[in-house]
Design a protein around this ligand. Structure first.
Ligand SMILES: [Zn+2]
Length: 85
């Protein structure tokens, strides 16, 4: 109960941070479409039903998506990205 409440609270803090600047492999991420540098980050599961069925757990990975705050273009990253602002 208390833990659930804390998780909800933490999520709200993260949400209130809003769009930010990110680095991937030490390079500032710039939107390929509009050259904006503010993104909203979220995680996306890459796993497929087939991969799960075949027990290919290595295929069940999560990716990071950075959605451009201006034009909405979604950038996919298969590695960790760092928020710098
Ligand atoms: Zn953009």
């Amino acid at each position: 109960m208390a833990k659930g409440f804390f998780t909800l609270f933490a999520k709200n803090i993260k949400k209130s941070m809003g769009p930010g600047q990110y680095q991937a492999n030490g390079i500032l991420v710039i939107c390929v479409h509009c050259q904006h540098d503010r993104f909203e980050s979220s995680q996306a599961q890459l796993n497929t039903a087939l991969a799960t069925f075949l027990n290919f757990d290595f295929a069940n990975r999560s990716a990071i998506t950075l959605t451009c705050h201006r034009c909405g273009h979604i950038h996919w990253f298969n590695k960790k990205v760092n928020r710098i602002d």
